[in-house]
Design a protein around this ligand. Sequence first.
Ligand code: NIG
Ligand code: FE
Length: 412
Amino acid sequence: MTTSLSTRVWRNVRLSPCADPAHVIDNAALAVREGRIAWFGPAGTLPPEFANAESHDLGGRWVTPGLVDCHTHLVHGGQRADEFALRLAGASYEEIARRGGGIVSTVRATRAADEDTLFTQAARRLEDLLAEGVTAIEIKSGYGLDLATERKMLRVARRLGQAYPVTVKTTFLGAHALPPEYAGRADEYIALVTDEMLPALAAEGLVDAVDVFCENIGFSLAQSERVFAAASRAGLPVKVHAEQLSNLGGTQLAARYRALSADHLEYLDEAGVAAMKAAGTVAVLLPGAFYFIRETKLPPLDLLRRFDVPIALATDANPGTSPTTSLLLMLNMAATLFRMTVAETLAGVTRHGARALGLADSHGEIAVGRPADFVAWSVDTLAELVYRFGGNPCHCVVRHGEIVRTAEKENA
Ligand code: NIG
Ligand code: FE
């Protein structure tokens, strides 16, 4: 991690401190000291103490907070293009899972890969995300389903956070699928997750949160609850993959454990939305998975709005349901598929994404005293970030006050 001890001023900026199109400063300056935001405001009011600081001219570009991708399965072995081909021939995601393909085929590939191979493959995917201005990311385990492989995945996630200019939050998803060696013994597998895997991995400092796939092809409510209870005993926050394929009630259960987020949510009902509101749980919507499995049931946007539940967006980068490494593409998909507004989509990949990771106090917003993580974009309006799909208008990325990436081709 590089921390600048110098003071720098960024001038000629169109600043959107909260990524909110309704709150912008047209001709702004931004001062950074020791890697943190020291001041921002209209350029003409820059305090004299910054007058002689090293200065960068951003040429009138838009600046937003660094983006947050709050739900990924970035570390995994192999890919599932052949399964995609089967689905094109008519098989459903659930059928493939029941036939021993799906998640379990990625488990085989992840178990077989050594740690350095997993690191190299995940690093390539991470580089794509960073090139689009991501400065904080969540990475889940869940393709190991045994202690050694879950540990290997989480170690790779931690190493990525050390090797790259990005804040990594790890999530232990031991209860992602039933490993083949536990076929017919799901309760025994959950005991392994709660009594052995979670305590060991938490003691090694590898776990920031705990997630469960609560679904007919995943784990039941009772099994999910055992995992949440174990997370609470370990002092760890929970998240949940819920209401993705059916309405099982996983969201309400997770809300009882004050979940940081409930994710997917296409089949969520009003009681679930109300429970999220009461618990302060963020709704993480995943348009890439919705699109790729050709889901037709839309997540309950109007209910989430009515109850004022914060909505985040993420890539869900994974080989089975969302083989993408573009968070910008998710903005466009959320707008076109879910009819989310520009303001909603931008909040979804900044402050609401940060909240879904327990990073609400440090990420997702440009504010005095926070780490200076921001992105300059070569666009005419903020809406252009949502409007385009494909292409990357990122001009440069600043993390902890240092330029960590500049566009390869000048997108003036
Ligand atoms: O977020 N829903 C469960 N887990 C992943 C898919 C995992 C896979 O198919 O490999 C998801 O969609
Ligand atoms: Fe997921």
